[in-house]
Write a protein that binds this ligand. Sequence first.
Ligand SMILES: Nc1nc2c(ncn2[C@@H]2O[C@H](COP(=O)(O)OP(=O)(O)OP(=O)(O)O)[C@@H](O)[C@H]2O)c(=O)[nH]1
Length: 193
Amino acid sequence: MRDLILASTSSARRALMDGLGLPYRTQSPGVDEQVSPLHSAKEAVRELAERKARAVHARNPEAWVLGADQLVEVNGQTLTKPEDRGAARAQLGKLLGHTHDIHTGVCLIGPGGQHFEGLETARLTFHAVTPDELERYLDLNEWEGCCGSYRVEGAGQALLARLEGDRSNVQGLPMVTVVRLLRQAGFSFFERR
Ligand SMILES: Nc1nc2c(ncn2[C@@H]2O[C@H](COP(=O)(O)OP(=O)(O)OP(=O)(O)O)[C@@H](O)[C@H]2O)c(=O)[nH]1
């Protein structure tokens, strides 16, 4: 049985991997997530997904390691996870009534140095809502730990006017891409235990 590690502290990523049914374990990547300001959002998430995977692989060279990173891009600005409610209000203020992209990079590193990677973009359009409705949504604290300050699988779906792309990508792992990488790497599914 292959040793597969999800290099992530994200509960949403764990939930998505749990759904897949492959045995895996998790380890925190513990990396500095600073990238060059000259990087585009897509270059940043690709680089950070690889950085996270390689950091955990360095500690577990016999394992297969999957890393991921995500950014929101709106009007040329990139958004990550909000620090506090005020930052979440500011982020949602940029997204409500507009269309934004969410980019997720994924990187799979193998025990022999095998390297598979993918990047997925989903495009979301949000309803414009009143300031009072925004405050009521913020009261739900779905903004905590979420890039863009919303949960597409939670109450946040009430903000969503249109979604183009893989819904699981928005939650943190584009599972169609993750499955493609795992199959390219020779993983087999539905093993009898
Ligand atoms: N549940 C949920 N989480 C979301 C959603 N949108 C973004 N996220 C989370 O926002 C986070 C994106 O930030 P990242 O820096 O890529 O990852 P992280 O949370 O720091 O976790 P690591 O993988 O340990 O780096 C991830 O945990 C995503 O799962 C959403 O709609 N629903």
